[in-house]
Design a protein around this ligand. Structure first.
Ligand code: NAG
Ligand code: NAG
Ligand code: NAG
Length: 412
């Protein structure tokens, strides 16, 4: 999910309850090391749009490495884990909370601390406090630490990279505080220096290219590096600067429904895998809803369902989107000639456990968003590529349900 603006008044520097420690000599990273094309790390994903609402990866962190489920988020930079530092407000998570040791704490003067919060004054020079708030009101507060991430490369070697991430000891989810969470933390893959991908590039492990493929059946895969990016048939669009924040954006797109323009001015769009659903600003949202409703068959009746704001029931209970998709038409976002993203019904509808079909596009203005978000639902069954080396975003349709080993056959 995209991070919201910081509210400095709410910021509270909380000390880690650890004794002072002696500085250790910093080990230099190895930028500029030549990268072989073999340096691609591939991860199997778990999760789904509905009902869990996240796609997540298992990361092995520490010595000995322990597994953690991290929500894949291309809408923010900082990776963090629920952390027993000790914990002040943590969620119940799938694995035991990460336990930091004092030698892993990143000092305030570290460049990644400075890049995360410019002009920051640290309450304690030995540690780097952070606080991040997301647009969905969730937040994490903690200190930066560095520890080993064990990554499997495609050529079957394993690398250990000492990466900086957040040890979050105070998490608030929505308004309710500590709750059961599906993941142990978040995998920040944005463009900033603290993004895991930027760090892997800095250390010469992989190129600054990432891709994901979310299956409509759940699961899928994630990769860092560029050697499984298809060489043809990918739709590429230059990454655009966004008016608010440093997000991955293909720029402004014109919205079409069933190949007819909806008459909206081009809308600024960001790709955010940390968002389950898509968000359109009020105008394109209303236009989309009107166009959808106008084309619906009489057998679908609007119904209220706790899952999402706009749902319909059919004459029978639906089990999957494929049973109802013929009643709906495709949306298209056009970013210029030959750069069109088709959004077929499978990429904007879900079927709930009550057997209703619901619109997975939400009103972003109500959610106070400043841009339009293409979330997980719309990125399903496409390989989405974020190429920071060439400054471009790409997409190509294919099945994401295959194992990463048989990837090549999904995306010839
Ligand atoms: C890991 O990285 C951090 C931050 O760059 C650094 O302070 C620390 O010394 C490194 N640890 C090891 C064991 O290399
Ligand atoms: C795999 O790639 C890495 C990074 O390029 C390299 O260091 C390693 O030796 C390779 N391993 C094998 C088994 O080829
Ligand atoms: C990471 O792994 C390397 C190699 O196994 C080890 O030398 C180093 O101390 C580890 N770093 C941390 C921060 O645990």
């Amino acid at each position: 999910m995209a991070p919201a603006r910081w509210s400095p008044t709410a910021f509270l520097a909380v000390l880690l309850l650890l004794p002072p420690f002696a500085p250790s000599p910093a080990r230099a990273a190895t930028p500029g090391k030549s990268l072989s094309s073999a340096s691609t790390a591939v991860f199997q994903l778990q999760g789904a749009v509905y009902p869990i609402g996240h796609y997540y990866v298992t990361m092995n962190i520490g010595d000995p490495a322990k597994p953690y489920f991290l929500d894949v988020d291309t809408g923010s930079d900082l990776t963090w884990l629920q952390c027993d530092a000790p914990c002040q407000s943590c969620n119940k998570v799938p694995h035991p909370w990460y336990k930091p040791t004092k030698n892993k704490i990143v000092p305030c003067a570290a460049s990644l601390c400075t890049s995360l919060t410019p002009n920051k004054k640290c309450a304690v020079p030995q540690q780097c406090d952070y606080q991040i708030k997301y647009t969905d009101k969730a937040s994490s507060l903690g200190v930066l630490i560095a520890d080993n991430f064990t990554l499997s490369l495609r050529n079957s070697s394993t690398v250990r990279a000492n990466l900086t991430f957040g040890c979050g000891y105070d998490q608030q989810v929505g308004k309710n505080g500590a709750v059961q969470a599906a993941t142990d933390g978040l995998l920040g893959l944005g463009k900033g220096a603290v993004s895991l991908l930027s760090q892997l590039k800095q250390q010469g492990v992989t190129k600054n290219v990432l891709g994901h493929c979310f299956s409509t059946n759940g699961g899928g895969f994630l990769f860092f590096g560029d050697d499984i990016v298809p060489t043809s048939r990918v739709t590429w669009v230059p990454m655009a600067r966004t008016t608010s924040g440093n997000y991955y954006s293909p720029g402004s797109g014109t919205l079409y429904f069933d190949r007819r323009s909806l008459g909206m001015k081009p809308m600024e769009v960001v790709f955010d895998s940390g968002s389950t659903y898509a968000y359109f600003a009020a105008e394109p949202y209303q236009a989309t809803v009107s166009a959808l409703k106008a084309g619906l068959s009489k057998s679908l009746k609007e119904v209220s369902d706790v899952s999402l704001p706009l749902c319909w029931k059919g004459q029978k209970v639906f089990k999957s989107v494929s049973e109802v998709k013929n009643d709906f038409k495709s949306l298209f976002l056009s970013f210029g000639k030959n750069s069109v993203m088709e959004i077929p019904p499978e990429n904007y509808l879900i079927v709930t456990k009550y057997g209703n079909v619901c619109l997975g596009i939400l009103d972003g203005t109500t959610a106070k968003l400043k841009f339009n978000i293409i979330g997980d639902i719309t990125m399903q069954d496409q390989m989405i590529i974020y190429d920071n080396e060439k400054g471009q975003l790409g997409w190509i349709r294919g099945s994401c349900s295959r194992s990463s080993k048989s990837l090549m056959s999904s995306f010839p």
